[in-house]
Design a protein around this ligand. Structure first.
Ligand SMILES: Nc1ncnc2c1ncn2[C@@H]1O[C@H](COP(=O)(O)OP(=O)(O)OP(=O)(O)O)[C@@H](O)[C@H]1O
Ligand SMILES: [Mg+2]
Length: 328
């Protein structure tokens, strides 16, 4: 079966500003935000992309939607290289693949009503007649739980709660009848109850619209509720991939184990000590392109790990791990 989304040796290196580059002296002058990523997402799959801050998740999500250029490699959507799309084909791709960001406030135009925002999406893509548009907007609002829709049509973003705003953003994506969605931490600004409600809504619309999605999160515990398959990312590289249930039950990569340890334990008496955390800005200061990216934090690291970069390989059916210490 052909994947809906596929990347081949995908790389995105950001160059470091000159001032910072000088500080780094002879070391890396760029951030390998996405480094040689090969992933396949099949139609209908619910996939999560999990990793700490700075691991390259957003960059990968943006690449898949062609919102930024790549450094090297290929990205395919429905078998077509998206970097080569032009004109009508590119417009179609823009309709079929949508991204939902963390902050719905910045995703919406504050001077536009919800109806205006949703209708605009339809107008840009020449969808439906004038008369059909309002009906389509109402249907989209209903599908994301903004009911009664008449109540929300003429509201401005500031008149909605955070959860309602995120629903509106999702409605605006769904109204285009997309095939593939990237959710980039869409719940992290919401309170716990709203989070659960939106999570349920996403699962409902997934079924209803027969969606395929990539759900980006730093919270590995959340992946259980949102995905059937997961990719674990660290400093630009996929460290482990497999069925969510199996990875959570038996994490193989030491980094995945670290992420599991970060899940809060219900018993406050249980204390676990976490390995030192390296992330964000600090991360690329210490990124060595040689060896395993996780080497400086790994308690099982050997000399080989320091020198040779482990490739992501199948160690069990449907389970890929990039670690010298895990043998198939
Ligand atoms: N436009 C940019 N210019 C330079 N460096 C960038 C740019 N965007 C991202 N980076 C760097 O690339 C790396 C990956 O960033 P990215 O935002 O993809 O991580 P993330 O996993 O989404 O993190 P978070 O969980 O904090 O959102 C980081 O080191 C970041 O500083
Ligand atoms: Mg991000």
């Amino acid at each position: 079966m052909r994947p809906l989304v596929e990347t081949v040796n995908l790389k995105k290196y950001f160059s470091v500003r000159r001032g910072v580059a000088r500080l780094l002296k002879g070391r890396v002058k760029y951030v390998p935000a996405v480094d040689d990523v090969n992933l396949k997402i099949y139609e209908g799959e619910r996939v999560s992309l999990v990793g700490e801050s700075g691991s390259g998740k957003t960059t990968l999500g943006r690449l898949l939607l062609r919102l930024i250029t790549l450094t090297s490699g290929e990205i395919y959507f429905e078998g077509k290289n998206i970097m080569l799309l032009k004109g009508k084909e590119l417009k179609e791709f823009r309709q079929k693949a949508q991204i939902i960001f963390q902050d719905p406030y910045t995703a919406l135009d504050l001077r536009q009503t919800i109806r205006g925002a949703l209708e605009e999406a339809l107008i840009i893509h020449n969808l439906y007649s004038r008369e059909e548009r309002l009906e389509t907007v109402i249907k989209a609002l209903k599908s994301v739980g903004l009911v009664p829709p008449e109540f929300f049509l003429e509201k401005y973003p500031h008149e909605l709660s955070g959860g309602q705003r995120q629903r509106a953003v999702i409605a605006r994506a769904l109204i285009l009848n997309p095939k593939f969605l990237v959710f980039d931490e869409p719940l992290s600004l919401l309170d716990a109850t709203t989070r659960v409600q939106i999570l349920n809504m996403i699962n409902e619309v997934k079924e209803k619209f027969n969606l395929t999605y990539l759900f980006i999160t730093h919270d590995i515990a959340l992946a259980r509720y949102i995905s059937d398959k997961m990719f674990i990312m660290y400093q630009g590289k996929i460290m482990e991939a497999g069925l969510t249930e199996e990875v959570l039950k038996d994490p193989l990569h030491p980094y995945t184990k670290t992420l599991m340890m970060a899940i809060p334990v219900p018993d406050p008496e249980t204390k676990i000590s976490l390995p030192p955390k390296v992330s964000g800005m600090d991360a690329y200061m210490v990124i060595s392109l040689q060896g395993c990216r996780f080497y400086p934090r790994c308690m099982y690291a050997t000399q080989q790990c320091k020198i040779e970069t482990p490739l992501l390989k199948e160690v069990e059916p449907n389970r890929l791990v990039a670690c010298w210490n895990i043998k198939s």
